[in-house]
Each structure stands twice: as structure tokens, then as C-alpha cells.
Design a protein around this ligand. Sequence first.
Ligand code: CP
Length: 319
Amino acid sequence: MNPVQFNRKDLITLEELSPEEIGLILDTADSFKEISERPIKKVPALRGVTVANLFFEPSTRTRISFELAEKRLSADTVSFSTSTSSVVKGETLRDTAQNIQAMKVDVVVLRHSSSGAHRFLSRFLEASIINAGDGQHEHPTQALLDMMTLRQRLGSLEGKKITIIGDIMHSRVARSNIWGLTKMGAKVTVCGPPTMMPTEIEKLGVGGVNVELDIRKAVAEADAINILRIQLERQKLHLFPSLQEYFEVFGVRPDVLDYAPPHCIVMHPGPMNRGVEIDQDVADGERAVILRQVTNGVAVRMAVLFLIAGGKVEDSSIQ
Ligand code: CP
């Protein structure tokens, strides 16, 4: 049993978590995974806890897996979309959140396009805040489910070589992965067009990351590659000439994977642009663990909700 305690009110970044706290979340997620395999996928761990899911940006995986995680832990849940809320009448984020707080919500799961929205709200809300993605900043539960998947396939993260390929500059998934992986002792390489590489990226994380612009070299020693979505609107900013040329230079195709070790696995946080950052045959190929990542997302979000709400893994309510 992991002796570490999780004493945080909020989960906003992986940058601020210790390796021990990350390990506790991953160990807890491992123990929760089995609940989703049961005929009756429900335990009473969060009975009486109310969770509001506030999604100010579109989401499929994160939103559904948070909702499933809450229901499997028996929490009471409400979900909110911008288009059907009073945000369309001009209500601010702070007012929206404070009104939800006034209805005695315990945990707020928030996705927002503004980096830092969660930190801002945490100053006003008594409820716990879980970051479901903030702008280009962090997406901690995505990186946690990526690490859970890596541990299942590779064992410990210590010393493993993980290559992240794509639009590093605009990616909250890349930032959270870099913080989480380097804290857990993995070695991270980033690869993508120079126009999509943030300045001083080599200093990010614990001990920094390697930068490699040649995709064949970037995958040559990788235990896993994590492929980022190209946000199609970026093409209008002339960060790359065309989708076809992006695919030819940075797309992960079977001929690129020929340069990777035979055991190297392929990850993608979704949603995928097939034929842009990832080839159809790679997305559906034997190395891909993309749907396993989605399955693990439910267990990771159950773990985060449970620990934020003050639970301990030996708690009888999860048996
Ligand atoms: N990976 C991810 O965050 O997907 P969604 O945008 O569908 O939630």
C-alpha cells in the first residue's frame, strides 16, 4: 500500500505534484481499474459528494470519462455546456462558478480555453477544482492516463525513453506529459516543426527534454511515442505549408515506425487526424494503445476524484 497522502484541495498541474503524489494517483488508478470490469460497475465511495462538470470547450473523451468515473463512484453529478448556459448571455466564468458553488457543489471539473482559468477560480471557490484542460497550459489527467498506460506496457517509467511528436507549442498534453514523465524519471524527446517548438523547450520539466527535428532519429530509441493532434486552424497561421507536407515530414507512418525499436508503442490523446499526424495503419496497428489510454482514463479520473474528496485506498467503500 502506498504510504503517501494526497492532501491537496485542487488538481491543477502536474508541475506542482511530487513524484510520490503522482505515484499515489497511478497506484490508486490501478486499484480502481477492476471496478469497470465488474457486471455492476459501481462502488459507494463518493456517495453524498456533488460534482459539477463545467466544459467551456468541446470534449468527448475527458468529459465522458469524468462523468463515468463520478457515476461509478456514486457521486451526484451535474454537467454544463457553454451553449446551453447563461454564458451565452454574457455571464462571466467567476459568476458562473460562484453560482454553482452557491448550490453546494463539492468538486468542480473544469475545461476552459484560457490558460490559468483554474488557478484564478481556485482563489474564490471552496469547492475542489480538477483541471480537465486549460488552454495551452496543462491537461494533468490526460498525462496521468498516459503514464498509467506506459506503466502497464513498460513497467516502471524510470529511464524509459518517450518521444512526443507534433505541435509542442500549443499542446497542454505535451506540457503535462513533460512534467509528469520527467518527475517519474523518464527521458523525454520532443519532435516537430521548429515553428511549433516553444523557445527554451529544452529546459522544461525536471532536467529538461531533448529536441530532435528529424522524426526518424526521434523514434530510433523510443520505448513509446506519443503523437499530438495538429490543430487544423494552425495551418492558417502558416506554421506549416500544408497538411500533406506535414504528413510527409512529421506524420507517423509505417515507414517511420520501421526506425523504432520493435517493442515501441504508439499513443495518441485523441481526437486523431488520420492522414495528418498519424497514418491510418499506425492508428489501427498492433503497436497502438490508443483505446487502452481511453479505458485507463476512467480509472485515472476515479482515482483523482477519490483522492481529492479525501478518500484512502484502503477505504471499505471501494471494495
Ligand atoms: N484527449 C482529450 O482531451 O480528448 P477530448 O478533447 O475529447 O476530451
